[in-house]
Design a protein around this ligand. Structure first.
Ligand SMILES: NC(=O)CCC(=O)C(=O)O
Length: 288
C-alpha cells in the first residue's frame, strides 16, 4: 500500500466583474480538466467573494444549494476528494439560526469521491474586528476532522479557515482529534501575506502535520489578495508554493511522514496542558 497521495490546490483569482454563476462554471470546468489527482482544494468564499460582505446575505446558499451541487457533480465525475473551499451558508427557516439569530455562516464543505458531503466546518474565528464576518455571520462552534481513504491508505483530515490560522489552540485540538493533514482555505490579503506564510509553517511545525493552505488571487471589493498558497510538510518545510497570480499547485504527499516526524522528534508526547477534549491526548506517555 502506498503512503503517497496527490493534492492539487486551485488558487482561484477573481475581481468584481465576474458573476457568481460564471465563476462556478469556470472553476468546475477547471477541476474537470485537471490531470490525475486525489484531492482538490479551493479557497475560502471563492464563489461568494471573501470580502464581498455587502452581497453575502443575498447570495447565501444552503449546503445542498447550487454551488455545492455543482462541485458534488464534478467530484463524483472525477472520483476525487474535493474540499470545496467555503460558501456563505444560509440555514433553512426551520433550522437553528445560531445564537445571534442571523442564520448565516462561513462554511467549508468536504466532498468524498462519490460527491457526498463528508464533512462541513463553520468558521469559528470570524475576521473583521466588529465589521464583516463578526457583524454578519454566526461563529462556528465545533472543530471538524474526519477519516478519509486516499489511494487505499487511511488518514485523518482536519479543517480550519483563513483567520483560524492565528489561533493555535484550534489546530492543537485538531491534532488531539488525530488529524494528520490540515486543510486551510483562505481569502488572505496581500499586505499580511508574510503572516499567512509564517503561520502555516508554525501550525505544521507545532502539530507535526501536513498543512495545505489554499489562498485567493486577484482584487475584489477593494481588497487585493495575497496568493502564496503553500504545502508544508510535518517538519515545517515548504514543499511547494505559488506566487500572487491565479494558478494551481500539485504535490505528492507522503502520509508516513507524519508518524515518522512524530516518532523521530516526539514533542507532542510532552504536552502538559490539556486545551481540548480530543481523544488521543495521553500526557502520561512522557511522564518519566
Ligand atoms: N478572510 C480572513 O479570515 C482574513 C484573515 C486575515 O486577513 C488575517 O488574519 O490577517
Amino acid at each position: 500500500m502506498t503512503s503517497l497521495f496527490r493534492a492539487t490546490l486551485l488558487q482561484v483569482g477573481y475581481g468584481d466583474d465576474e458573476s457568481l454563476a460564471d465563476r462556478v462554471d469556470r472553476v468546475c470546468a477547471w477541476i474537470g480538466s485537471l490531470p490525475d489527482t486525489d484531492l482538490v482544494i479551493l479557497p475560502e468564499l471563492w464563489a461568494h467573494g471573501g470580502f464581498a460582505s455587502g452581497t453575502w446575505a443575498a447570495q447565501a446558499e444552503s449546503i445542498d444549494g447550487t454551488t455545492i451541487q455543482r462541485l458534488s457533480r464534478v467530484a463524483s465525475q472525477k472520483g476525487i476528494w474535493l474540499h470545496g473551499g467555503s460558501i456563505i451558508e444560509r440555514a433553512a427557516a426551520d433550522e437553528d439560526q445560531g445564537p445571534d439569530g442571523r442564520g448565516l455562516w462561513n462554511t467549508s464543505v468536504l466532498l468524498d469521491p462519490a460527491g457526498a458531503v463528508q464533512l462541513t466546518y463553520r468558521k469559528i474565528h470570524r475576521f473583521g474586528f466588529g465589521e464583516g464576518e463578526p457583524r454578519l455571520l454566526e461563529a462556528g462552534q465545533e472543530i471538524a476532522a474526519t477519516d478519509a481513504v486516499l489511494r487505499s491508505r487511511h488518514t485523518r483530515l482536519g479543517l480550519a479557515t483563513c483567520y483560524d490560522l492565528r489561533f493555535p489552540e484550534l489546530f492543537r485540538q485538531l491534532t488531539e482529534a488525530s488529524a494528520e493533514v490540515l486543510l486551510v482555505p483562505a481569502a488572505w490579503p496581500l499586505p499580511r501575506v508574510e503572516h499567512w506564510r509564517l503561520l502555516g509553517r508554525a501550525r505544521a511545525v507545532e502539530n507535526q502535520a501536513w498543512v495545505l493552505q489554499c489562498n485567493t488571487a486577484g482584487t475584489h471589493s477593494g481588497t487585493t489578495m495575497g496568493g502564496h498558497s503553500q504545502v508544508i510538510d510535518p517538519t515545517g518545510e515548504v514543499v511547494a508554493e505559488l506566487g500572487v497570480d491565479e494558478g494551481s499547485l500539485t504535490v505528492d504527499l507522503d502520509l508516513d511522514l507524519v508518524a515518522q516526524t512524530r516518532h523521530g522528534f516526539p514533542v507532542l508526547a510532552d504536552r502538559r496542558i490539556r486545551i481540548g477534549g480530543g481523544p488521543s491526548f495521553t500526557p502520561e506517555t512522557n511522564a518519566g
